[in-house]
Design a binder for this molecule. Structure first.
Ligand SMILES: [Zn+2]
Length: 238
């Protein structure tokens, strides 16, 4: 035969576990969302870098085409230089040549910057690819574990509910109703041990008479300050 306190302590553990199962219905999907988001983000980072690299390569090609077009123009002007007849023509041609050279210098600067960018992106890309693959592999494993946990909540809850029924059937109704009332107000900590002759939850000092009664395990006693049920724990109470 188990004492009421022993039964209540078991009930308290079951109720805590039931509460955890209920909470896990909220936080397990949240954890899964975070893991999925992490997979998406690392893949997105790779995709964006890949796209930036492709774009930079197109820019490089275009700049190279523009530069060779300018080179052809310069060649053409330099040939015209041979056939110049007047100073006026000469000045005009020199101005054209300077203008094309300036444009070329600008394009060459752009080309250099683009090539540096390509080099940087080409270095980053394999790292991002490896990272994305690793995140996907790790998170997929975690997701499987979490999904299994979610799938088993129903069974676990049914198991705990059955155990709960078994235990409350052995607890006198008035004692159970005190337990339920305190649980509603105070949450999962309902049955608490005596510590230093005080309630270990709210630390209210208990009268010597009450401590004696609790120690003798003489019925159910509540803390007059917080209302929790008190018990004497042979291993920890003092
Ligand atoms: Zn108390």
């Amino acid at each position: 035969m188990q004492s009421d306190v022993e039964l209540l302590l078991k009930l308290q553990v079951i109720d805590y576990d039931l509460g955890e199962l209920e909470r896990s219905k909220e936080y397990l999907p949240d954890m899964m969302n975070n893991l999925n988001r992490e997979i998406e983000e690392s893949q997105k980072k790779f995709d964006e870098t890949n796209a930036a690299l492709e774009e930079a390569k197109v820019t490089q090609k275009n700049l190279e085409l523009e530069i060779s077009a300018r080179e052809a123009e310069l060649k053409k002007y330099q040939q015209q230089m041979m056939t110049i007849k007047t100073n006026k023509e000469y000045d005009a041609l020199v101005a054209e040549i300077d203008s094309v050279k300036n444009e070329m210098a600008v394009k060459e600067q752009e080309l250099l910057a683009t090539m540096e960018q390509i080099e940087k992106l080409e270095k980053e890309l394999p790292e991002l690819e490896a990272k994305a693959a690793q995140v996907k592999e790790n998170n997929t494993k975690q997701l499987e574990i979490l999904q299994n946990k979610i799938d088993s909540i129903g069974d676990k809850k049914a198991e705990k509910d059955a155990l709960r029924q078994e235990i409350i059937a052995q607890i006198p109704k008035p004692v159970l109703s005190v337990y339920e009332r305190v649980r509603k107000g105070k949450g999962s900590t309902v049955v608490v041990s005596v510590k230093k002759r005080s309630c270990s939850a709210c630390h209210k000092a208990l009268t010597p008479k009450l401590v004696q009664e609790i120690r003798r395990n003489n019925g159910i006693h509540t803390c007059e300050s917080c209302g929790r049920l008190l018990y004497w724990d042979d291993d920890n109470s003092d």
